[in-house]
Design a binder for this molecule. Structure first.
Ligand SMILES: [Zn+2]
Length: 284
């Protein structure tokens, strides 16, 4: 099922122990997928009760092992994206009695641990964000401090930062925080995005409505975008998000609709601009 183009899913999870794991990669490859950015699952979903930054390493190592296995199957390759899920703040404050500032410190320490993997070349990018649901002011402030810490690490390391945030078409404030820390706004990626976004680069959930809007903006206004599924690989939530075959199938659909230049934007040009990766050179 060759598509004669690199096909990158910019955000999915692999859980070889509890989920489909490498079978999901085979499904992706079988319908023409070539490259993956694999994001570590939230620590609590892997049963890890973090106490200090180093405790995140078990979570990161699981992802790195899955990426190594995935790269053996893909015509292209996979890369790890490591970080701390913003929902952890609520687990710490509501379930474990942390003060917001204590939760902030632990989450920043987890990001510091992730940054070491980026620094030594074992991970491609960082993952951070802030809750997409309502939280008390003190928790919101702590979350924004964590997010800004991730942006500062991205600036220091010269690496991209994927963000999980509230649904929005305007995150220019976050883009300004990034640029104040030496990180270009295009290297900040909003995961689970719609078809348009001011500020960071949108990683668009691959349903047809969102993709049609993103493709049109790419071709008429030269706007960058990426495509993703946020496949969670969780047997308890089978229909929670899109399946691993979705991005290759939607690339085929974009081609049928005549959006050839947008395919090049999402699978070659934007990955190069955001992550410094060459999806064509890494094929074959
Ligand atoms: Zn995700």
């Amino acid at each position: 099922m060759e598509l004669d183009t690199p096909v990158l899913d910019n955000h999915l999870h692999l859980d070889p122990e509890h989920g489909k794991g490498i079978e999901a990669v085979k499904d992706f490859a079988r319908v023409g997928g070539t490259h993956l950015l694999v994001v570590n699952k939230p620590s609590w979903l892997l049963g890890v009760d973090v106490e200090q930054g180093a405790d995140f390493e078990a979570v990161f190592e699981t992802t790195i092992a899955a990426v190594t296995e995935a790269s053996e199957i893909l015509d292209g390759r996979a890369w790890p994206v490591l970080g701390v899920h913003p929902g952890l703040v609520s687990k710490l404050v509501d379930d474990r009695g942390f003060a917001p500032a204590e939760a902030r410190d632990l989450m920043q320490a987890g990001l510091d641990a992730a940054a070491e993997y980026v620094a030594d070349g074992r991970a491609l990018a960082l993952k951070s964000g802030r809750p997409h649901y309502d939280v008390p002011d003190a928790v919101w402030d702590a979350s924004n401090a964590v997010l800004r810490h991730a942006l500062a690490l991205g600036g220091d390391l010269d690496c991209a930062v994927q963000l999980h945030t509230e649904a929005s078409e305007d995150l220019t404030e976050i883009a300004a925080w990034a640029e104040a820390r030496g990180l270009d706004r295009h290297r900040v990626v909003k995961h689970y995005a719609g078809g348009r976004l001011a500020g960071p680069t949108p990683s668009v959930m691959s349903d047809k409505d969102r993709l049609a809007e993103a493709a049109e903006r790419a071709e008429t206004a030269d706007e960058p975008f990426l495509m993703e599924t946020d496949f969670v690989d969780d047997p308890d939530r089978p229909g929670a998000v899109l399946g691993p075959k979705t991005v290759p199938r939607r690339v085929r659909w974009l081609r049928e609709e005549g959006w050839e230049a947008a395919i090049e934007t999402a699978h070659v040009e934007t990955p190069a601009e955001v992550y410094g990766i060459d999806t064509r050179a890494t094929l074959g």
